[in-house]
Design a protein around this ligand. Sequence first.
Ligand code: PLP
Length: 396
Amino acid sequence: MDLIKRLNQQLQALDDQQLIRKRRTVNSPCGARVNVDGRELLAFCSNDYLGLANHRKIKLALQEGAAIYGVGSGASHLISGHVRAHAMLEERLAEFVGAHLEKPRAISFCTGYMANLAVITGLTAGDKEAEIFSEELNHASLIDGVRLSRVKAHVYPHADLQALEVLLKASHAATKVVVTDSVFSMDGNLAPLPQLLALCEQHNAWLVVDDAHGFGTLGDKGHGALEHFNLRSPYLVYMGTLGKAAGVGGAFIAAHETVIETLIQKARPYIFTTATPPALAHALLTSLDLLEGEEGATRRAQLQALVAQLDDGLRLERWQRLPSKTAIQPILIGDNAETMRAGAALYEQGLWIGAIRPPTVAPGTARLRVTLSAAHNSMDVAKLIGALNALERDMK
Ligand SMILES: *Cc1c(COP(=O)(O)O)cnc(C)c1O
């Protein structure tokens, strides 16, 4: 068949550029140590930042949720799939980040990818007087949301407040939407949210904050980037994911109640999909209790201690640890081939670390993306430090 042949040619072209990606099948729960092909690996690549993905209490809550609600929700939220567990979760999420918003309300989604499509299209699609201002290093789901909205969009350079200000000043749009990650996924640094918010307030623009990596990990209570920076504004539209630090899955938008009502009425990634199994929403209530409580605080402190240990211990010369204080700790290598070789060598030693190359990151900035988790202990991180220091020397 010609169609298959054509696809195979396209796959071969990817392979020729060494851009074929391979999945590895994991035979154990998510954790610091995972089993792959019968081997135990020390994993520094998950987004399970607080080690909750295999937490006993959340697993019990999931079982309990299945006992109460069964498995499937059976329909989309606007038909008959909006179950009490979803309603309770949304109320709880609105409280969780509500101190930073005005008239807070929350809406839950199956995934963060869908939440981002929903919030951007929901705020802008079909509005000829809307414009979007999107940060250069935004996550793919935000970029896709911008594309799907089909309104005029500007990409401003990374963390460049002046460039953004020039764009906002020049815009006559009635609806302006500035969109940014809070913690950049491939760099681990924070967006200048206080300054971005000031600009948005000054120019009457929404500030959509994707806090996928901050929710649960930033702030004393784990409430995320808005707590970390102590922000409060009616201009804020907050997106948090529930499959990273929260350890389960799904996502939510929290904002002024009118924004949320707009999403319920208009956002197609909300309307035209089956609601998540209610048992997941039920399990998330336990996860949120853990995040906010003493255990969350202890786990965040553990994570911060490991970040400090890595910072102290690495002795790199050619490679460069990016200046990040979050769980995302990239080691910039630059060259694609060297990065892939480094990743493979570490894997041989039983250390599983994501090797990231273009187009996920800019050309010439290939890197090892180390992610730390409260599930790791200091011996795990010492092993990582030793391996990275030695490997950099050996690969000269
Ligand atoms: C992971 C991630 C998402 C997508 O969330 P999912 O729940 O995995 O779909 C969105 N934005 C950022 C910055 C992310 O890192």
